[in-house]
Each structure stands twice: as structure tokens, then as C-alpha cells.
Design a binder for this molecule. Structure first.
Ligand code: UD1
Length: 376
């Protein structure tokens, strides 16, 4: 890594920001804003098209204040190999044409991996935001993506101390790691005033803290029919304690079939995926949240809302030790008991170190000092 020369007359540092799936937009938006606020550095915003439904993509871009992408790869859905390879093939000519000084990839989705692999092969430096998270589940697609991207990234921005420890244990040099906090919380802070004005509660006829919010879409939970039955049973158990609202991700919707009516009868209301403003409104007013998402474990910690994670492991242990998250798994009795106690708790916000809404500024500081404009 070179040190940036702040001398006048130099062309700006060109940063290619890569986003493809819903949670990526939430992470890229504050970084994009922080880059625009700074001299000597310019963003190129690239959307891979992994998520293309308006509810998962355009709505998010608009609500987060992101512009129309400068580049759109239109890769769409497919198997892991198809999706990752499609990103690699489509991004390569853009890397050659735009000649970014650094590629910023976020999170752990297939777009993150495809972009990182294409960049490293062309010798383009890579910065990974949300580096170092490990669930230690080798079969989880996101865990594979995280480890591979961290292996090829030049600069690793970690959200928590456990992530830094994971990287050090894997032999990553300390100089490549920057502890910057959680950039998702920057977006959460920015949207909260608008979320407080949202009409989604009234539209759905919900009372403040009178409902639980459920989101389930992990491949490991919904792709295998036997696992999906366990998910359905777990949600029915929770709904016996408190009515649930469940914005259904397209992956889950495609597999629910007859389970949809079983859930509705048990008191689980299935709704379309929400935009970010409405989703934050639901999250912040729910009595508890049941999820298999990663980001939601973090957002509920800062909102102070009890979170029950319906998985056996988490790559975000700080939400267990310093936050409101509990690993519950899918056993119906455990889910019922955990829902009862969570729904009775008073909300109380927790903030792990540096989850303060200023992570994007630290990331841009790291980019400016870690990379320099390359020679033409
Ligand atoms: C992806 C990420 C996951 C992340 C999630 C957030 C990977 C490996 N997984 O999972 O980590 O938590 O995004 O939402 O990258 N589909 C649509 N419309 C869309 C996008 C997808 O209908 O706009 C359907 C398609 O049938 C597709 C399925 O959803 O096959 C899954 O989409 P995909 O992008 O492959 O993965 P996600 O499950 O969304």
C-alpha cells in the first residue's frame, strides 16, 4: 500500500464502490456520502444487479440517497457459480476502462466475491468493509465469501474487536486492519428521523410493541424442505405468544407454498418486502425481532430491541455479548420461551465500541491514507 500524496495538481483518488444486494446498499450509502464530502477522492458507484426487484433494489437506493449507478452489470439471479462468474466477467472490462485506484467491496454476498476476484487478478487494490466476521460454519455461502474476500483484500475494515482477532489469528498483518466500527449504523442513524414519520404501523394496523417482526431468508433455512418446516414450526411457536409480521424475501416466498396459509392461520402476517424506512420503523417499534439476517442482529442492538436469531451460530458475536441478540435456533419450545421473555423486556439501546454513526468517515480516512492515485 502506498501513502497518499496530498500535493495539489494530482488527480483525485478514484474509488469504485461495488454493491449488489440489499444489505450492500445500506453499507455503501454512507461511504458514498463521506467520499463526496471530501476533497481529492471521487466515487464510481457500481451496481452488479444481483438484486433487481424494486423492493430489494431501487427503493433502497432512493431511500438511502444513493444516485443511479454509474455502472450496472445486470447479473440477476443464478447458481452461486453463475452469479459469481457473471459478476467477474461483467466487471473486468469496467475495471480496465475506469482504472479505479481502489475497489471497495462490502459484506459477504456473491457480488462481493465476484468483484474482489476480478480486481485482484488485474492487480487493482481492494478494500473490504465488514472484514473479519466469522460464523465458523464452513458450509455457509456467506462464510466462504467472507474468507475468500479477506484473503485477497489489501485493506480490511473491521466492525468489531472479534473481527480483528479473527484476522490476526488467520495470519493477516496488523497493518492491513483498520477498526472503524459498523457502517450499517451510520445508515440507521441517518434514516431514523424518517422512520419515525413512517405510516407503516398504521397501514398494517399494528400497535407500538404489540407485535413481533420476523425475517427469514437464509439458504440454509429455506432451501431444504425439512429445514423450512422447522422454520414454519418455530414461527408458529413464536406467534402463539405474540402476533408476527413477516416481510417475505423472494427466496423464501418462492419456497413457502402451502406453508403460507399455515403461517397465516397461526397468526403470522405475511407481507411484501419493505423499503428501508418502513423496515426500520417496524424494527424499532416491534416488541421483539426473530431473524436469520446478519445486519438485523446489529441494528436491533443499537435500537435496543430484543433480537432472537433463529440460527445455531452468528458471525456477529458482539451482538450477543454487548447487544440485545440471543441465539435461539429453531426448536419450537426454545423459540416460544425466548419470545415470551423478549416480548416482556423494555427496549434499551446498546452500542458496541465505535458503532457511533461515524464509521464511513473513518473508512474514507483509511482509503485516503492507504491508497494513492495510480500512474496513468
Ligand atoms: C443474498 C445474499 C445474502 C443476503 C441477501 C440479502 C449471497 C450468497 N447471499 O441472498 O447473504 O443476506 O442477499 O437479501 O449473495 N430474487 C428475486 N428478486 C431479486 C433478487 C432475488 O426474486 O431482486 C430471487 C431469485 O429467485 C433468486 C433468489 O431470490 O434466485 C435468491 O437471490 P440471490 O441473490 O441469489 O440470494 P439471496 O437469497 O437474496
Amino acid at each position: 500500500m502506498a501513502s497518499a500524496d496530498p500535493s495539489a495538481g494530482r488527480r483525485p483518488l478514484r474509488v469504485l464502490e461495488v454493491a449488489g444486494a440489499r444489505p450492500n446498499f445500506v453499507k455503501i450509502a454512507p461511504i458514498h456520502r463521506a467520499i463526496l464530502e471530501r476533497q481529492g477522492i471521487e466515487p464510481i458507484f457500481l451496481h452488479t444487479g444481483q438484486h433487481y426487484d424494486p423492493a430489494l433494489s431501487d427503493t433502497f437506493l432512493q431511500e438511502l440517497g444513493l444516485p443511479a449507478p454509474d455502472e450496472h452489470l445486470g447479473v440477476g439471479s443464478g447458481s452461486h457459480a453463475e452469479q459469481t462468474a457473471a459478476v467477474m466477467l461483467a466487471i473486468e472490462p469496467i475495471l480496465l476502462d475506469r482504472r479505479p485506484d481502489v475497489v471497495v467491496v462490502v459484506g459477504d454476498v456473491n457480488s462481493t466475491l465476484g468483484a474482489a476476484l476480478a480486481a485482484v487478478k488485474l492487480g487493482v487494490p481492494i478494500a473490504h468493509v465488514e472484514a473479519g466476521l466469522r460464523s465458523f460454519e464452513r458450509g455457509m455461502p456467506e462464510e466462504v465469501n467472507r474468507k475468500l474476500v479477506d484473503a485477497v483484500a489489501d485493506l480490511l475494515f473491521v466492525p468489531s474487536e472479534d473481527a480483528e482477532e479473527n484476522l490476526l489469528r488467520e495470519g493477516v498483518e496488523r497493518e492491513r486492519i483498520r477498526f472503524v466500527g459498523n457502517v450499517m449504523i451510520d445508515s440507521l442513524e441517518a434514516v431514523l428521523p424518517r422512520a419515525r414519520q413512517s405510516h407503516v404501523l398504521a397501514d398494517l394496523g399494528l400497535r407500538h410493541r404489540g407485535f413481533g417482526l420476523a425475517t427469514i431468508h437464509r439458504a440454509s433455512n429455506v432451501d431444504d424442505p425439512a429445514s423450512l418446516v422447522r422454520v414454519v414450526d418455530a414461527l408458529r411457536a413464536a406467534a402463539s405468544v405474540i402476533p408476527l409480521v413477516f416481510p417475505v424475501h423472494p427466496r423464501t416466498r418462492a419456497r413457502l407454498d402451502g406453508h403460507a396459509s399455515t403461517l397465516e392461520r397461526a397468526g403470522v402476517r405475511l407481507v411484501e418486502p419493505c423499503g428501508y424506512v418502513d423496515f426500520v420503523s417496524l424494527m424499532s417499534t416491534a416488541a421483539c425481532v426473530l431473524t436469520d439476517s446478519g445486519g438485523i442482529q446489529e441494528e436491533t442492538t443499537v435500537l435496543g430491541v430484543p433480537c432472537l436469531t433463529l440460527r445455531e451460530a452468528t458471525e456477529r458475536p458482539v451482538t450477543l455479548t454487548a447487544g440485545t441478540n440471543r441465539l435461539v435456533g429453531l426448536d419450537p419450545d426454545s423459540v416460544r420461551r425466548a419470545t415470551s421473555s423478549a416480548a416482556a423486556e423494555e427496549p434499551s439501546s446498546r452500542r458496541p465500541p465505535l458503532w457511533d454513526g461515524h464509521s464511513a468517515r473513518r473508512i474514507v480516512d483509511g482509503l485516503a491514507s492507504g491508497f494513492a492515485p495510480r500512474q496513468p
